[in-house]
Design a protein around this ligand. Structure first.
Ligand code: SIN
Length: 276
């Protein structure tokens, strides 16, 4: 395997591995080490079937079944993000996947299936680089804070509750996933590095702050994370695959390609409870 770093803060292009074949334990360990070092890994020309995609992701942990997004008809662990004029894209706010559960995902594997003629890039940001760039005073202000993450903030009735059946599914998802509190600054369980763990899509408030101050700090941190110096942008080709460390990165999918269609498949690997 060869790794080519893409920006100073985040991202590497990996070559010399065929992810459609079963991986050896040594290859899994090497990939995990590359993931921790680079935060997001990109692979080209990996035409995985949904089952191969699921099996690849399962090398790294148990898989999450999403309570709202549709999944492949035969493989429930593979989310199908098919966005088009009738189902417009809505992943164009910075977020980490599934922060509203006690042990949020350690990583996600996103496979490009149908790519528009132009646009539809995804951007990832390093929350470690963003945290490192804060001054000491701001770091100590947020050091011991905790924040609430809510599925309902991103999966709204207006977007996901079109039919009675969809509204019932959404109500069940909310009941099974009440708002969850995590530290505002979390420590990566492998590297020991610290990073910002609040995001624009799901984080609703900082528990210890008055509402105005909570809004101010969240607005600052969520726009700070998106600064270009912490970001890598990937221009997709069919069968590219991205594997990101979901613990201390955020991503944003550009919604600039309608009326064209874009189809992505995602497997989501469960992780540990965030800690300070
Ligand atoms: C996601 O937010 O997990 C999907 C990102 C994308 O579609 O590029």
């Amino acid at each position: 395997m060869q790794a080519k770093r893409l920006t100073p803060a985040i991202g590497a292009l990996i070559s010399g591995i065929n992810l459609c074949e079963p991986l050896t334990p040594a290859q899994c360990s090497e990939l995990l080490a590359l993931l921790v070092e680079n935060h997001v890994l990109f692979f080209e020309n990996q035409p995985l079937t949904p089952r191969q995609h699921r099996d690849l992701a399962a090398n790294f942990g148990s898989l999450h079944v999403h309570p709202v997004y549709p999944h492949d008809p035969e493989v429930e662990e593979i989310i199908v993000l098919d966005t088009n004029v009738k189902n417009p894209p809505d992943s164009d706010t910075w977020h980490t996947d599934v922060p509203f559960i006690e042990c949020p995902p350690m990583g996600s594997l996103l496979s490009a299936r149908v790519i528009p003629p132009s646009g539809g890039d995804t951007l990832w940001s390093s929350c470690i680089a963003a945290y490192d760039a804060l001054d000491d005073e701001y770091k100590s202000l947020i050091e011991n804070l905790t924040a609430e993450h809510d599925l309902a903030a991103a999966f709204t009735d207006s977007r996901y509750g079109e039919s009675a059946e969809a509204r019932e599914q959404l109500a069940t998802a909310r009941k099974n996933n009440p708002p969850m509190v995590h530290p505002v600054v979390r420590t990566h369980p492998v590297s020991g590095k610290r990073g910002i763990y609040v995001n624009q899509s799901f984080t609703t408030r900082i528990i210890e702050l008055a509402p105005d101050k909570s809004t101010e700090v969240l607005q600052f941190l969520t726009s700070h994370v998106a600064r270009p110096e912490f970001v890598v942008q990937w221009k997709w080709k069919p069968y590219d695959l991205a594997f990101w460390d979901n613990r201390l990165t955020q991503h944003f999918a550009n919604a600039d390609y309608l009326p064209h269609r874009r189809v992505m498949h995602r497997a989501t690997i469960l992780g540990d409870k965030p800690f300070r």
